[in-house]
Design a protein around this ligand. Structure first.
Ligand SMILES: [Zn+2]
Length: 286
């Protein structure tokens, strides 16, 4: 993992607007004390997709000061795939308001933090104007999540360009060795539904306490993949039966969480699933 410290000052930064202490004055004079922006860290596992640990009020400037976080390729793009909030401090959240120019990202935080932002605070709802924008991913403290693409390496490569199954097995082994609980998550689509039983077996083999079997959600740019990934109604019915059977068979051993498909290829798309700038007609299912 690679980490870049984008900012290292406490709230207010150095110099702070209303502070005439020796440090702030020296920073203003460029006299042995460096100016510092407010604390924020960017991390990546693959050098391409970056996650911000908190979004400081200085985030726009921090991004511009860090070439690895600049858009590349498409006209609208960001290598920032997500933001992980460690708490609901304004010093950690205000930067979200500077990321409101429509590019979707995952927002990881505990449920109380997400509720504080979006239910008890009207301003952050600007990130909800069009879904998906800040895609909320509730974190359960002490509960590692290991997302898995497939039990079949070839299929994982077809979707992700590579297979991380061995590394994820190792991750699961370490989590179990720590005695922590483990949730594994499979994202379901047309190309892997037939292996649903194998996914549940793999979760059992990894020693997971919980397995999330979640159909792909087709929002925003993901609608471009819907024709390729949407399962047929018959596949969905079969999957429903498989999950119900497995839930009975493994009751008390592993918790099954099943996220049903929101739409099918036949059902059309809700308007909010449209990518920005596209016409509704072009994104309808078959
Ligand atoms: Zn000061």
């Amino acid at each position: 993992m690679l980490a870049i410290v984008l900012g290292s000052a406490a709230g207010g930064g150095v110099p702070q607007w209303n502070c005439a202490c020796d440090n702030c004055q020296a920073a203003r004079r460029d006299d042995g004390v460096r100016r510092r922006t407010q604390d924020c860290v960017a991390v990546t596992a693959d050098g391409r997709r970056w996650f911000l640990l908190n979004a400081s009020p200085d985030i726009a400037r921090q991004i511009e000061d860090t070439a690895k976080l600049w858009p590349a390729g498409a006209r609208r793009h960001s290598p920032i795939a997500g933001v992980v909030l460690t708490n609901g401090d304004l010093d950690h959240c205000l930067g979200l308001l500077s990321l409101r120019e429509w590019t979707p990202f995952s927002l990881y935080a505990t449920a109380p933090t997400l509720a504080g932002l979006f239910e008890q605070n009207a301003m952050f709802r600007t990130l909800d104007r069009q879904r998906p924008h800040a895609v909320r991913r509730p974190l359960v403290l002490g509960d590692p999540v290991a997302p898995l693409l497939d039990s079949d390496a070839g299929a994982a490569v077809a979707v992700a360009g590579r297979c991380g199954l061995d590394r994820k097995r190792e991750f699961a082994r370490r989590v179990r060795a720590l005695g922590a609980s483990l949730t594994v998550n499979f994202v379901l689509h047309r190309g892997n539904l037939e292996r649903l039983d194998q996914f549940i077996d793999l979760a059992l083999e990894l020693g997971a306490d919980r397995v999330e079997l979640a159909h792909t959600q087709y929002h925003g740019w993901a609608v471009l993949n819907r024709r390729t990934l949407s399962p047929s109604p018959a596949q969905i019915e079969a999957a429903d039966r498989t999950v119900a059977r497995a839930a009975r068979r493994h009751a008390g051993v592993i918790e099954l969480v099943y996220v049903t498909p929101e739409i099918t290829a036949e059902a059309g798309s809700p308007d909010h699933g449209r990518p920005p700038g596209s016409s509704a007609g072009s994104t309808r299912g078959r």
